[in-house]
Design a protein around this ligand. Sequence first.
Ligand code: ATP
Ligand code: MG
Length: 566
Amino acid sequence: MTVVKEDLSSNERSLNFLEEIINDSIAKGDSRIQTRFPPEPNGYLHIGHAKSICINFGLAKKYGGKCNLRFDDTNPVKEDVEYVDSIKEDVNWLGFQWADEYYASDYFDQLYDWAIELIKLGKAYVDDQTQEEIRQGRGTVMVAGTDSPFRDRSVEENLDLFERMKGGEFADGEKILRAKIDMSHPNMLMRDPIMYRILHTDHHRTGSKWCIYPMYDYAHGQSDSIEQVTHSICTLEFDVHKPIYYWFIEQLGIFPSKQYEFARLNITHTMMSKRKLLQLVENNVVAGWDDPRMPTICALRRKGYTPESIRSFAERVGVAKRDNVIDLGLLEFCIREDLNKKAQRRMAVVNPIKVVITNFDENETEMFDCINNPEDESAGRRFVPFSNVIYIDKDDFMEEPMKKYFRLSPGKEVRLRYSYLIKCNEVIKDESGEIVELHCTYDPESKNGTSSDGRKVKGVIHWVAAKSAIEADVRLFDNLFLNENADDVEEGKTFMDYVNPNSLIVKRAFIEPSLASANVGDSFQFERVGYFTLDKDTTADNLVFNRTVGLKDSWAKMASAAGVKK
Ligand code: ATP
Ligand code: MG
């Protein structure tokens, strides 16, 4: 799979192929549009699902139709109400409201009746073969399958056995119900697909009522049909399932829903599979489904992503017909763009070094009037205290500056953001030679961008006054996976071998006092550092911030390196 290198940052686009299909059907007089988002409640939703949600709800909205939420809950072994609740929360949070909430399990009675109907039509039979025998009987792409010895059971016998399967007379795996299609069909999935299997497992909604459960292929199309879904939109891997989808609908003569496929969303350095994400959670590689390093919607929310940024990402990625991998930089571009408009600016020093301003009165505190957001006047202003001891970032000082280094160095001047010019006079080191403190003097005439004699100083750095600073944990996240495409795994290795051991670094930072009143979920731009969001792990005496995204736009850099215009 190739990584998309073209620039997707533009907001303008032409119709995608799904919109063209809908326009065509409207032109033919079919103007009712109904879609559905059909998650299986076996994990938390990830950004790939967000893409599907945006397509399904987006199309319904655009064409004045409706979109339902349907839980595809046909496998009780892996499903849970915890997941149902989280899915509803995530869809709502993304900004969508479903017309109706349905469950495939609502249709278990109807699906059972239709199975009986198919048996009576001679289109379904009970098979006693073992899993292995069934697998072998399917043949291969090159070799036709062979009929099961049970394929020609009489209708009566099939009805009797199926009823007894439902009654709980047989153990798991002892019997299955299969559609009687064609054991030499070129599409292997059409070689008598399984409709029902026995599972003596309680279901989170139907309890112990059933011990036979329908397979995805038998349940999905019929569920669409019962709800009168017009456009059943799914990902490409279901293309090969399409003939089964239509086969059942045709045999039963029910509402003809139509299936359309688009490419799954993949993103570099992360993973889009609930099953694998569950493994990360279960093996404590991450701290839970909402660990900010995860690609789940709840993790992105916790990290500080907004619904707008995710919707804009989905829109920019578009609807493709071929699988590809989208650069993580594009997702970061989208949140940066949104938070630039919304997040208030604050000063925070993540790698502090102490600076003593030797000519500033140690008993004095001066308040600097700062704007909260240059992009949004309504965000107002605040006062930031300044006193004789401040912290600046280690990276903003170089003892032996390289060429074009405009920040602080011995004998040189720099501007403190919103405040004075300071000049470094002395570098204090400990016995090991480590710099512990810088001694500087300030120019009292240099407030508000001026200086006493009109001299120009290029560098501007951020700072926090020591006396009034508060300490906070800041979590710096890096890619969860080291390999660009998490599915590219060398032989003998698994995706687990590519987990980045340094995906989380926690720093103790000094931050300006106004941040003490921040609420969990509030996002800020720490000037010159990045966007940070207050985490739910914050306690009365310890603030915890998650880095939502850094300030550097790697996406723009990559796009320009690839020679595309922004
Ligand atoms: P996973 O492999 O992560 O469990 P899934 O396809 O089994 O994914 P479902 O809950 O069955 O997950 O998916 C609900 C809907 O979301 C389906 O229509 C599916 O096609 C779509 N979907 C899942 N993953 C992606 C993705 N990466 N990109 C776009 N759509 C996706
Ligand atoms: Mg699935």
